[in-house]
Design a protein around this ligand. Structure first.
Ligand code: GUN
Ligand code: ZN
Length: 437
């Protein structure tokens, strides 16, 4: 942490602390919190210089500035591992599947971000909305325009947020105003890496939009950039929609599969996050496990765009690293509660069950692990950065309140909260201890 806001020097938050250091093993009884679930009601969380200093039941002395939230839930900040900053303007757009959706809604909106003033206003609104949903970190797609990356990193830096992003690489199959070239992509990427990567809590992510919008030469460039710049990430989409998969097959006839296009260009590794992955085959799953690449499950997007049902358990059992993500604006909400509720329902449609602890783990410590950031974010533990959110369990006179009154265990309570709650229950978001709202 290079800078810490003076207001965060020494603060103490009081409330009901919950974090999950490991998901419960399958089949574990859920009536009492299993190992790895830390439920610490009526505790103090002490934050010094942006980091968690201690968790305790005794009230701290007068040198600590108190923020008291009796009866409220304090969770690690949510982490969104795949989201598009410009797409808040097209969220909830009617009537299309992926490829038509991109042409009809998404590309026109992203074109407008060629104007740096539009990108700046859009990024400030986007970052504010992340925080208003209790999300403190994200891996984000801006647009092809260099100015959109400057705008996004500036907005995150002003808040001290841990944010990963990079300019979209796309040199074909999009409107002219959204295209770069191999040369301009290299120039812009190098300039952005030099100015932003490793500045405070920011990191650069080479952002291949998806295989159809990059030439082989540009995919090769992305692979070279990833290898040449330690600590940078790779983000893209893979095997989301059946028509898209067919298109990739015709564009890259030499590749065994969609995933193989990325493998052949050295784009798969432990810092690679590929969204969707619905239409992968067993060999692809082996490849994912071997390379340590992560599939970001985007359940509200996959259902909204009619893309398909991602097989969470099938991937997890085969050792594929997984994360969860909103994928706004194909996704329908920036809320991780809404995203987890949809993940539960997508699993249920396949005869699977995701318990509330595993769901909450996925959106916090699990996503932190997927991004290689488990030693910084995702848990309420001394030494980690104090990125967290304070939530109401329910609002008065609500269905959730009625349901919680009957809850029989912490799991029952948390499950109902995840299924029925959303950003309207948020009280405050803290980034490195500093209140943001
Ligand atoms: N594939 C390529 N671009 C996009 C995008 O913006 N959203 C989604 N969901 N899939 C994509
Ligand atoms: Zn996406």
């Amino acid at each position: 942490m290079s800078t810490v806001h003076p207001a965060a020097h020494r603060i103490a938050l009081f409330g009901d602390l919950l974090d999950i250091s490991a998901p419960p093993p399958a089949g574990q009884p859920l009536d009492a919190p299993p190992l790895g679930v830390r439920w610490r009601p009526a505790h103090w969380l002490l934050v010094e210089d942006g980091r968690i200093h201690a968790v305790q039941t005794e009230a701290p002395d007068a040198t600590w500035t108190r923020h008291e939230h009796p009866g409220r839930l304090i969770l690690p900040g949510f982490i969104d591992t795949h989201v598009h900053a410009p797409q808040l303007d097209v969220i909830a757009s009617y009537g299309t599947e992926l490829l038509d959706w991109l042409n009809r809604y998404t590309f026109p909106t992203e074109l407008a971000w060629g104007d740096p003033a539009v990108a700046q206003a859009g990024c400030e609104a986007f970052v504010r909305q992340l925080l208003r949903h209790g999300t403190t970190s994200a891996l984000v797609f801006p647009t092809v325009h260099k100015g959109s990356v400057d705008a996004l990193f500036s907005a995150a830096q002003a808040r001290g947020m841990r944010l990963l992003a990079g300019k979209c690489l796309m040199d074909r199959h999009a409107p002219p105003g959204l295209l770069d070239t191999v040369d301009s992509a290299e120039r812009d990427s190098l300039d952005l890496i030099q100015r932003w990567h490793g500045q405070g809590r920011l990191a650069y992510a080479h952002t291949v939009r998806f295989a159809p919008t990059s030439t082989e030469a540009q995919l090769a460039l992305a692979g070279e950039l990833l290898a040449a710049h330690p600590g940078t990430y790779l983000q893209t989409h893979v095997a989301e929609n059946r028509a898209e998969v067919e298109w990739v097959r015709s564009l890259f006839p030499f590749a065994r599969s969609y995933l193989d296009v990325y493998a052949q260009h050295e784009l798969l590794g432990p810092r690679s996050v590929l969204a969707h992955g619905i239409w992968l085959d067993p060999e692809d799953r082996v490849r994912l496990r071997e390379t340590g690449a992560v599939i970001a499950h985007c359940p509200t997007s996959n259902t909204f765009l009619g893309s398909g049902l991602f097989d969470w358990r099938g991937h997890a059992e085969r050792g594929v690293r997984l994360s969860v993500a909103t994928d706004v604006g194909g996704g329908t909400s920036l809320s991780l509660q809404r995203t987890l509720a949809q993940a539960y329902q997508v699993a249920a449609l396949q005869g699977q069950r995701l318990d509330a602890y595993s769901l909450l783990y996925a959106a916090t410590a699990g996503n932190a692990e997927a991004l290689g950031l488990a030693q910084e974010i995702g848990r309420l533990e001394p030494g980690l950065v104090a990125d967290l959110a304070v939530w109401r369990w329910s609002d008065d006179d609500s269905v959730l309140a009625q349901r919680l009154a009957r809850a029989e265990s912490l799991h029952d309570r948390l499950f109902a909260w995840l299924m029925l709650g959303d950003e309207r229950l948020l009280v405050q978001t803290h980034v490195a201890g500093v209140p943001q709202l």
